[in-house]
Design a protein around this ligand. Structure first.
Ligand code: HEC
Ligand code: HEC
Ligand code: HEC
Ligand code: HEC
Ligand code: HEC
Length: 356
């Protein structure tokens, strides 16, 4: 049969969500035959790693998963649990791969991926960043489906899927992450007055296992139950009469059918809520010359500008200097006043002594 190639794994993982690059920002068809600039490991003119060079496996259980439980719990799919042999960059490189000790000093707080994957979707394929299902289901005056394209050629509207925005060569967002994620399940209710996070990252500056890690933040709007404040499962595929959205274009029918088939409760009401999801960026490692430079983080408006809760030299220096400056000024002022007061007091004393 032969060992699986990038073609085998990519056939599923590059196209999840309908087409190329819809889900992951770092796994798309450009990795079938990347050059070294796109991916130093999978480069055909470099080490030409297959996926399984890193994702080692035992009895078809693939190493390297992010989620601690599979999405559909009842199906017991490929990976019921973390298989222990979790892979990391450190598995091959150790946590101090640099000659420069200042760089090695960073690896306890900054993930390798953060410095070595400066941008994602770098292979020319666009990745979907925004997906608004609430606008789906519009037809033109002849009852035909509408497909509109943006200036860059990507699909901006599709009757079946609603409005969407795509991007390539994107700067990641950064967050503290200790390797554990929590996923919102169908039973979890949420506050629908703000965007709902479909997954939650664990970790903070004080967590020794956490690092600053790069992510694609995927935004969208999807159907939910506004009475129970829970997500719902719409039925998409199916024949006319089955309630399937892509046959009848009626969200009420699609959700009723989906929830009936899943055997899950819902109120009978539907609405749309904004959602947000963190997708880890871990592939498309760039050549070492393109690693982040010091000032991309250690500056006021650098990549970590939004990450609060810890002191970062360069970024926080100005505030600190401001405070220090004010303290110095106040001390000087206080010193001058005290000095003047002492002199006045001693002059008075001298005067009194002269009078005596
Ligand atoms: C250079 C090593 C390396 C190669 C080559 C590699 N991966 Fe990964 N991959 C990783 C690491 C490291 C993780 C993070 C795993 C973890 O934290 O347990 C990961 C995570 C993943 C994930 C889950 C996380 C996510 O991004 O949502 C998927 C899916 C994945 N890889 C698929 C692939 C596929 C498909 C290929 C081949 C096209 C591939 N990988 C090639 C190192 C690699
Ligand atoms: C037939 C489609 C298909 C093929 C082929 C496939 N995968 Fe997957 N893979 C999936 C699905 C679906 C999941 C999610 C399974 C789950 O949630 O339990 C998954 C999960 C994973 C994960 C864990 C992702 C995470 O976020 O935790 C990794 C890593 C992975 N696959 C790597 C690979 C590699 C490497 C190959 C090639 C040897 C491969 N897959 C081939 C469909 C596929
Ligand atoms: C703070 C940013 C930063 C972090 C974090 C970081 N690196 Fe680097 N890395 C660099 C820079 C910059 C270079 C290029 C300069 C050099 O070669 O010393 C580099 C070079 C490298 C090289 C090439 C070394 C050589 O001598 O050819 C490897 C391999 C590497 N890094 C792996 C890693 C791994 C693995 C991690 C995580 C354990 C990591 N890096 C974390 C910035 C970083
Ligand atoms: C299965 C082992 C393995 C894993 C896992 C692995 N690497 Fe590598 N890496 C290598 C090898 C081998 C090379 C040397 C490639 C060459 O000389 O062209 C390399 C080269 C590099 C380089 C130097 C590229 C250059 O410009 O010379 C960097 C940076 C790097 N890896 C970072 C990472 C990061 C970040 C991860 C995690 C996402 C990672 N590696 C995971 C084996 C691995
Ligand atoms: C990816 C962002 C990032 C890059 C790139 C980066 N740093 Fe940092 N650096 C950090 C963070 C985060 C901390 C805080 C770590 C802590 O509090 O433990 C830090 C801390 C430091 C510190 C103070 C703590 C110490 O280890 O002495 C120095 C000095 C420093 N970095 C120098 C550098 C230099 C020099 C470079 C370039 C070679 C660099 N950094 C590149 C994120 C970065």
């Amino acid at each position: 049969m032969g060992l699986p190639s990038r073609k085998n794994c990519g056939a599923c993982h590059f196209y999840g969500g309908g087409t190329d690059g819809v889900k992951h920002g770092d796994l798309d068809s450009s990795l079938f035959s990347p050059n070294k600039k796109l991916d130093v490991h999978m480069a055909v003119n470099g080490p030409n790693f297959s996926c399984t060079a890193c994702h080692t496996n035992v009895n078809h259980h693939m190493a390297g998963r992010y989620s601690s439980d599979p999405a559909p719990v009842i199906h017991k799919l490929a990976m019921p649990k973390d298989y222990g042999n979790r892979i990391s960059c450190e598995s091959c490189h150790s946590s101090s791969p640099h000659k420069d000790s200042k760089l090695n000093d960073h690896t306890d707080k900054v993930a390798c991926q953060t410095c070595h994957i400066p941008r994602y979707a770098r292979g020319g394929v666009y990745t979907k960043m925004w997906w608004d299902w609430s606008t789906a289901g519009r037809f033109d005056e002849n009852g035909k489906m509408i497909v509109k394209r943006a200036a860059n050629g990507t699909i901006a509207y599709h009757t079946k899927k609603g409005d969407m925005r795509w991007a390539k060569d994107v700067k990641p967002d950064y967050a503290w992450y200790n390797g554990k994620m929590d996923y919102l399940s169908l039973a979890d209710s949420f506050d629908d007055s703000k965007p709902v996070s479909l997954n939650r990252l664990e970790g903070s500056y004080d967590d020794p296992k956490a690092r600053i890690f790069p992510f694609k933040i995927y935004l969208g709007k999807q159907v939910y139950d506004p009475a129970r404040k829970t997500l719902v499962i719409p039925k998409l595929f199916g024949k006319k009469g089955s309630g399937a959205y892509w046959a009848e274009y009626d969200w009420n029918k699609a959700v009723a059918a989906g929830m009936r088939e899943a055997g899950e409760p819902y109120s009978g009401k539907i609405g749309f809520v904004e959602t947000k999801m963190f997708w880890p960026i871990t592939h498309m490692v760039a050549p070492k010359e393109e690693s982040l430079t010091c000032d991309e983080c250690h500056s006021r408006n650098g990549r970590l500008a939004a990450l609060a809760g810890f002191y970062l030299p360069g970024r926080d220096k100005s505030d600190w200097l401001d405070t220090l400056g004010w303290i110095m000024i106040l001390l000087t002022l206080a010193g001058t006043i005290i000095h003047a007061a002492i002199r006045m007091a001693s002059r008075n004393k001298q005067k009194k002594e002269q009078i005596k």
